[in-house]
Design a protein around this ligand. Structure first.
Ligand code: SF4
Length: 433
């Protein structure tokens, strides 16, 4: 076992954190059976600290593993079928799919065969050993969920074009957007994905700090990359896009049209007991399967309308968030102390204490980012307010991110709460003028 400091841990390469080793599991297609979830809950309780987190790449991680419990944990995860063959294939198999793949009535295509084939191809292709761990693929079925806010180095989006279903293949364009570089038949997506990845590793050789497609495109330009790919590209056929789709907090609660219930925990963090309760609820009220989302929520598909109220009650009793208006969704925080060695403040506890005040800043979306330090791991984008840990207290930035110069320094939690309320009142007064 080689524990690493820094980001992108896996199961074969755990990360050393403030509360021990962090072991990340990458479920195939973001799908877990209730039995696998029960197994993960047991593993977290027996070999870790009992904390389980859902990540923004729809992965699951077990916290608080020790040197002594790591080896039996890996053996147990292997028995559950949750391990890749080795650290290299675990790194490469970075594929995120539409969360309701295969059971979304609005989807243009069942993308599960493409997801499975791409995962298998990435696992097998050892020539891509140089592919950086954060290099990720997204496959969208064009259905209920919009993944355009999810970071992707290569994106396949199912589209209807001229009576047929294609994948629009896009990559970052070097600014803040994506650019469609090709349309392909779904069955050719895996081989095309490998070709794009190989072109990326070839062109990245010898270039410093080129870990993502946007870095490379920034160096060489989109046209150079597309030329190097050498695809046979006719003019793109006219295609229909779809705009009214869900993302983020919209997935919470019961959705009668697609028969699923979405539930989240603050910061995606579950206890072994609540994770077990969720698995049992999925077995009792759903189809026994759970879907992980990049918004750190978990979906239970196959819920009948008549069972939805009882399921809602069960998940609420576990502490789950099912209402998109829940103020706990107003805050985002990194793990903070004691989970990160760089932190001096209990960011997640503090963020929850400030959630109601933060929600007054803006009625929807993230209002407050609480970061343990200026690295700002939980969020790169600006937020209406950002608190940055500073020697046990907080610096405060309005309308910026954790790396911006703070407007105020060394605040207590009470100071921060008061300032958030004052800011909300000022904004209300300005809006009323
Ligand atoms: S932002 Fe700082 S304190 Fe928070 S997880 Fe990242 S490195 Fe740790």
């Amino acid at each position: 076992m080689s524990a690493v400091k820094g980001w992108c841990p896996g199961a074969h390469r755990p990360m050393l954190t403030g509360d021990g080793l962090l072991v990340r599991i990458r479920p195939h297609g973001g799908v877990l059976t209730d039995a696998a979830m029960l197994g993960i809950a047991d593993c977290a309780a027996q070999f870790g600290s009992g904390l389980i987190e859902v990540t923004s790449r729809a992965n699951v991680q077990i916290r608080g593993v020790t040197e002594a419990t790591y080896t039996p944990l890996i053996a147990a995860l292997g028995t559950l079928g949750l391990l890749d063959p080795d650290a290299g294939s675990e790194n490469r198999r970075n594929v995120l799919a539409s969360p309701l793949a295969g059971c979304d009535p609005r989807a243009r295509l069942d993308i599960r065969p493409a997801v499975t084939a791409l995962e298998a191809a990435l696992t097998a292709d050892t020539s891509l050993a140089a592919l950086p761990a954060k290099f990720g693929f997204v496959i969208e079925d064009g259905g209920s969920f919009d993944l355009s806010d999810v970071d992707a180095d290569v994106r396949f989006t199912a589209l209807q074009a001229e009576e047929a279903i294609y994948f629009a293949v896009s990559i970052p364009d070097g600014t803040d957007g994506d650019w469609i570089i090709h349309m392909c038949a779904p069955e050719t997506a895996p081989s095309l994905a490998l070709k794009i990845a190989r072109t990326f590793t070839d062109l990245s050789q010898g270039r410093q700090a080129t870990r993502r497609m946007r870095d490379l495109i920034g160096h060489i330009g989109l046209a150079h990359f597309v030329d190097a790919l050498d695809l046979e590209n006719g003019p793109l056929p006219p295609f229909q896009s779809r705009t009214a789709r869900h993302s983020g907090a919209d997935c919470l609660g019961f959705h009668a049209d697609a028969r699923f219930t979405g539930v989240a925990m603050p910061f995606g963090r579950w206890t072994a007991g609540s994770f077990r309760g969720l698995a049992e609820a999925a077995r009792r009220f759903g189809c026994g399967e759970l879907r992980l989302t990049p918004w750190r929520a978990i979906l239970i598909p196959g819920v009948a309308a008549e069972a939805s109220a009882k399921l809602h009650e069960t998940l609420t009793a576990l502490g789950g968030i099912l209402d998109p208006a829940d103020p706990r969704l107003a805050v985002i925080a990194c793990p903070g102390a004691p989970y990160c060695l760089s932190a001096t403040t209990a960011t997640q506890t503090d963020a929850l204490a400030l959630a109601a005040a933060a929600r007054r800043l803006t009625p929807t979306g993230i209002a407050l980012h609480v970061s343990g330090c200026a690295k700002g791991c939980a969020r790169r984008a600006a937020a209406p307010a950002t608190l940055i840990g500073n020697d046990g207290r907080y610096d405060l930035v309005f309308d910026g991110n954790a790396q911006d110069s703070p407007h105020l320094h060394k605040l207590s939690l009470d100071d921060a709460a008061r300032l958030l309320c004052e800011r909300a009142e000022q904004m209300n007064e300005s809006a009323a003028l």
